[in-house]
Ligand binder design. Structure first.
Ligand code: DOR
Ligand code: ZN
Length: 425
């Protein structure tokens, strides 16, 4: 019997590494053996490590409405370049995706244009909790902004309990952007008139995040089955809150974004393009995120891919950085230079995200699963450069930096999308 495709090499499985042949037919993994598989095509992954396809639960692909920043095609090319085979797209478009009509339009565009599997979040608006049930069939989860960010939506803290009550009926999880808008506004007033490159880090201070996270966790009490994901955790104290919440029995997940785990606030001083919400933090927080990744406290490694053009970043100071193109670069750096083991990567970049999104057909290299596979070569250094960026925004926060490696093959449902480093289009 000849398979459509056979991958041969070192595979990251829940039991560690194994040298295996992975047989793929009709988009699924159908056989795994030490040797003897035959395939119409054989990929020898050499020094590459085969992971379950990376799943990024937090991206902004900007379509419809802001296609000059990104669209489903360009954003998914960036994903393929970074080894990401499934993304979950945030609702803060020009017209936020907060109802079934808008979500259906997004669904149609994604199905037509995307090269990777796109899941959607439904945006939640104040006073519109009745929309939750209507959106449920179209979304992987809900998204709430507790402070103003791109798109400007804000959900009042006072409605959080009502939200959790309603959302817990749907069985879907919620992702929350936690920053305390009141604290941000107070800091804006206190710091007005100051001018320095890292002022933004103080206008949106760590306490704003921690305060907001505490309110979310308090509001979650009593809604036992409800899963809440704290987006892009930036500070050590938030991680401590997440740990306490879990110990008290709440289902709290949390994300670490590439930029928060790679840069500290000194970098924000030197590079004006690194403005994000929440901002970059001191080195001690960066280290805490890294430790949280290793210890299991951090559930998901995300990009928070938030493309803006370089021009509008510089002229309007918009917050957000792209990340999809560099996902595997950062993975290679985490493994080779930060002491993160490949099985931790498989957990935070694939198996936990799959569970969170309700995708039990993926997240592991195993027979019966979808053939979403990412081969990362961690032994062939690559320099991140602008001409490699597939995101329409055309720049990367990591330009000029040399990483231990990157994605070499990206396979989505059995289709080779990145072939020995080259995008297949
Ligand atoms: O920096 C950010 N950019 N933080 C967000 O919360 C939104 C994102 C965006 O969409 O630009
Ligand atoms: Zn975001």
């Amino acid at each position: 019997l000849e398979h459509d495709l056979v991958l041969e090499g070192r595979v990251v499985t829940p039991r560690g590494f194994e040298d295996l042949e992975v047989g793929v037919d009709d988009g699924k993994i159908v056989e795994m053996k030490h040797q003897g598989l035959k395939g119409a095509r054989r990929i020898r992954t050499g020094r590459g490590l085969t992971f379950p396809g990376f799943i990024d639960v937090h991206v902004h692909l900007r379509e419809p409405g802001w296609e000059y920043k990104e669209d489903f095609r360009s954003g998914s090319e960036a994903a393929v370049h970074g080894g990401v085979t499934t993304v979950a797209d945030m609702p803060n478009n020009r017209t936020p995706a907060t109802n079934p009509t808008l979500l259906m339009e997004k669904r149609r565009l994604a199905d037509e244009k995307a090269l990777v599997d796109v899941r959607l979040y439904g945006g939640v608006q104040a006073g519109r909790l009745a929309d939750l049930k209507e959106m449920a069939p179209l979304v992987a989860g809900y998204k709430l902004y507790l402070a103003r960010s791109t798109g400007g939506a804000i959900f009042p803290e006072t409605e959080l309990r009502a939200f959790f009550r309603e959302a817990s009926q749907t069985g879907l999880p919620a992702s929350l952007h936690c920053e305390d808008q009141t604290i941000i506004e107070r800091m804006e007033a206190v710091l007005s008139g100051q001018r320095r490159a890292d002022l933004y880090c103080d206008i949106r201070p760590p306490q704003a995040e921690v305060s907001s996270v505490r309110k979310v966790i308090e509001a979650l009490r009593g809604f036992g089955g409800m899963r809440a994901n704290i987006c892009h955790v930036s500070t050590a104290e938030t991680l401590a809150e997440v740990r306490r919440a879990r110990e008290s029995g709440l289902l709290v997940e949390c994300e670490a974004a590439l930029h928060h785990i790679f840069f500290n606030r000194k970098a924000a001083l030197e590079d004006g393009l690194l403005r994000t919400n929440p901002p970059l933090r001191p080195e001690s927080d960066r280290r805490a995120l890294l430790e949280g990744l290793k210890s299991g406290l951090v559930s998901f490694l995300v990009t928070d891919h938030a493309p803006h053009t370089e021009e509008e970043k510089r002229s309007q100071g918009l917050a957000g950085v792209p990340g999809l193109d560099d996902y595997a670069h950062i993975v290679s750096w985490l493994i080779r230079e930060q002491g993160v083991s490949p099985d931790v990567i498989a957990r935070v970049a694939s198996s936990s995200p799959a569970k969170f999104l309700g995708l039990d057909d993926r997240g592991e290299v195993a027979v019966g699963k979808r053939a979403d596979l990412t081969v990362v070569d961690i032994h062939t250094p690559v320099k991140a450069s602008r001409d490699q960026v597939r995101s329409k925004c055309g720049w990367s926060p990591y330009e000029g930096m040399v990483f231990p490696g990157g994605a070499r093959w990206t396979i989505g449902e059995g289709t080779v999308l990145l072939d020995d480093g080259d995008l297949v289009t």
